[in-house]
Design a protein around this ligand. Structure first.
Ligand SMILES: [Fe+2]
Ligand SMILES: [Fe+2]
Length: 153
């Protein structure tokens, strides 16, 4: 399977979680706190291995081969910020209005990020890699992601 299909699969999972997060955001301040924590935990366990493996395999390959001057710097920065906000949401230090604000910012940032990857980055990848290369990258991505998941256990 092409790396682009694998990335898209992960993005769809994240989109599903964000849809649920939107419902929770609307319930603030009468939100089901436990449900929200669990959802943010689920999001972290999806997002962290995805973005790390994506950086290591996909961004690195793109940077080496991209013909246009595509710099994944914006993408890297968005990963960093999203994980930072998300990790903050795993702790108990925020009050309700801070939590709902952080969830909103996180949701918007991730939606924008995923859309940009699937348009700009994917288009660039389709232009500079053969379908065989995209498949090899897909396997590398899966392997890398699995390693990260296992190291968290
Ligand atoms: Fe990403
Ligand atoms: Fe991604």
């Amino acid at each position: 399977m092409s790396i682009l299909d694998k990335l898209k699969e992960d993005h769809d999972k994240v989109r599903e979680i964000l849809k649920k997060a939107t419902v929770l955001i609307e319930q603030y301040p009468k939100v089901d706190v436990k449900g929200e924590r669990n959802l943010m935990k689920e999001l972290l366990s999806e997002l962290e291995p995805h973005s790390k493996a994506e950086e290591k395999v996909f961004y690195t390959a793109l940077r080496k081969k991209a013909k246009n001057i595509l710099s994944p710097y914006e993408g890297l920065q968005e990963h960093k910020l999203a994980l930072q906000v998300l990790k903050g949401l795993q702790k108990d230090q925020l009050d309700k209005s801070q939590r709902s604000a952080n969830m909103k910012v996180l949701k918007e940032m991730l939606m924008h990020h995923i859309e940009e990857e699937e348009s700009t980055y994917f288009k660039e990848a389709e232009q500079c890699f053969t379908s065989k290369e995209l498949q090899v990258l897909g396997e590398e991505f899966l392997e890398n992601k699995q390693k990260i998941v296992n190291s968290k256990k």
